[in-house]
Design a protein around this ligand. Structure first.
Ligand code: GAP
Length: 546
């Protein structure tokens, strides 16, 4: 991962935000190559979802429209959606060093990034049913003093180890596991405090979890008080839900149909980490697909599978991509019942051998539309009227009451929600291909549709009319694609630059171009070269990069 981050910085894919001031945690900027890469991803999503004809599970073309809503919305939106009350992480604080830890990440953090815990494990291998008192004591009086000054074992080893001995001797048939052992060495006054859990940084006892709100707050207007408080949206989805009725009233859409939106979202993540994977400002690409409740299973399966196939189609095909159905206890509050929730996951270098979420596909039922209808006071008046269903029920001879009852409902929602930054990061990780045989030592094997630069044009030498022909070709190609012209340094160095940028094709103008009207094409992945007619270069690119 360090190599990928270094390449991103060196070649201008991704920079730390406000780098000249030392950066700001959780915020990232896209450089020239990164901006094009991310835009290609977002454009492909928009083209394939909103503009191209997608065929649904019923064999009919899917109705999908786009939307672009504001980042700051009426605060009641967040009350109704449940974000104000529930969008928070359980946090624990170390009163000794001031460090905050997300409660659900404590054991993971201890195991993966706590210097004292790592050192303790190296000094002491627990043997079931025994405590290695001399080693623990030696560690507490040596390395422990420096690494974990606030750990009970370090501050008062005699008392701490006495509690532990009492526990082991008291229940010889049920020896403590690693977690319980760790709690014992974090506890000094067992009767007063109960078993404690240690700070991964200094070993001090952590407070009980308390909710930490993830929404960024601001104020709209001159006065800054409770009444003017607003929030930066933590998801783009709510902008779609509150506009559902506007879209139905103004477009010719009928259930089933979808609304798609791309845009920024903000979450004051407690521990932004893993490069852009968990950022505080990021972009989402969300679809809310509105359906009749009885069709939830077929539409859920359709979206889950077609979104998975889409990520494969842009270059994430292979063992690094997986589809994972959620277990029941993982489901969000709005998805507890229903067709299901699944994640499309990528094996990032920092999650390997595990996977990290790229996109979630969830059956949100009618939770959001109902919540907004209730919160704004209109309630059932905002039920969707399904004219097609009404006609069908009339033809089936149903009673008037039944027809009225059944043809008005709150549609259910299938939501495929993807991250544009996580998607871009996955494309970067997948493309990164070390190759010691190349001058660059590495090349970026982007799918041609995603590659930020589609082609480069080089004059072999800067004389004999080659630069002029090369520039003419470059100008022609530039009208349609992001193409670069490079005449500096040796041809090998120019290839190396393009390999690192992930440019799939390089066209070189040489003596034979002038004599015979052909150019050399060099293919990035194989480094093979072939000659094609100068006047067929445009067509060659069109066939490969769109
Ligand atoms: N509307 C549903 C929703 O927002 P989510 O799983 O919280 O669901 C959807 O977010 C996607 O947004 C994730 O799959 C991920 O790609 C992206 N995402 C969420 N939090 C992120 C963060 N802190 N940094 C970067 N991307 C994030």
């Amino acid at each position: 991962m360090d190599d990928i981050v270094a390449l991103c910085r060196r070649r201008g894919f991704i920079f730390q935000s406000s780098e000249i001031y030392g950066g700001i945690n959780g915020f990232w900027d896209y450089g020239p190559l990164g901006a094009d890469l991310k835009r290609n991803l977002k454009n492909a999503w928009w083209t394939d979802i909103v503009q191209e004809e997608l065929i649904g599970p019923d064999g009919k073309p899917i109705d999908m429209v786009g939307l672009d809503t504001t980042i700051i919305m009426h605060p009641k939106v967040w009350e109704a959606s449940g974000h104000l009350a529930g969008f928070a992480d359980p946090m624990r604080k170390c009163p000794k060093c001031g460090h905050f830890v997300r409660a659900d990440q404590l054991w993971d953090l201890l195991a993966t990034s706590s210097a004292w815990f790592d050192s303790l494990l190296q000094a002491f291998t627990p043997v079931t049913g025994q405590i290695d008192t001399p080693h623990l004591m030696a560690w507490a009086k040596g390395k422990g003093k420096k690494l974990a000054p606030n750990l009970a074992l370090v501050r008062n080893p005699e008392v701490t180890l006495a509690w532990l001995a009492t526990r082991i001797n008291g229940q010889p048939d049920a020896p403590p596991d690693m977690k319980e052992l760790t709690r014992y060495i974090a506890t000094e006054q067992l009767h007063a405090t109960g078993l404690q859990e240690p700070c991964p940084r200094c070993g001090g006892p952590l407070t009980d979890p308390a909710p930490f709100k993830l929404m960024f707050e601001s104020h709209a207007g001159i006065e800054q008080n409770e009444d003017s408080k607003v929030y930066l949206r933590p998801e783009t989805a709510q902008g779609i839900f509150v506009n559902f009725w506007n879209v139905v009233d103004t477009s010719r859409v009928k259930v089933p149909f979808g609304i798609a939106q791309q845009g920024k979202a903000f979450r004051n993540e407690v521990t932004p980490r893993n490069f852009t994977f968990r950022s505080r400002e990021f972009e989402q690409m969300e679809i809310e697909f509105f359906i009749h409740p009885s069709t939830a299973n077929e539409w859920y399966t359709f979206w889950r599978d077609s979104r998975y196939a889409w990520w494969q189609s842009i270059g994430l095909a292979g063992a690094n991509l997986q589809l994972r159905e959620h277990e029941k206890d993982e489901l969000a509050h709005y998805a507890k019942t229903g067709a299901g929730t699944s994640d499309i996951e990528y094996r990032f270098p920092f999650t390997a051998p595990g996977f990290g979420e790229l996109e979630g596909v969830a059956h949100r039922a009618d939770f959001d539309l109902k919540a907004h209808a209730t919160a704004c006071g209109k309630g059932d008046k905002l039920k969707y009227f399904d004219q097609d269903l009404q006609v069908r029920l009339q033809n089936e001879g149903k009673s008037k009451d039944e027809i009225n009852e059944r043809s008005r409902y709150f549609p259910h929602v299938i939501e495929p929600s993807a991250g544009a930054d996580r998607g871009t990061l996955a494309l970067l990780c997948e493309a990164y291909t070390p190759d010691p045989s190349r001058a660059s030592g590495v090349y970026m094997k982007f799918h041609p549709r995603m590659a930020p630069i589609k082609a480069a044009v080089f004059p072999l030498v800067n004389k004999d009319g080659m630069p002029e022909v090369a520039e003419k070709l470059y100008r022609e190609l530039r009208k349609k694609w992001n193409v670069q012209f490079d005449e500096k340094q040796s041809i090998g160095k120019r290839y190396a630059r393009m390999d690192e940028a992930g440019t799939p094709y390089c066209f070189t103008i040489d003596g034979d171009t002038l004599a015979g009207g052909t150019v050399t094409v060099r293919h990035r992945d194989t480094q093979q070269q072939e000659r094609i007619a100068l006047d067929s270069v445009s067509q060659f690119l069109r066939d490969r990069v769109q």
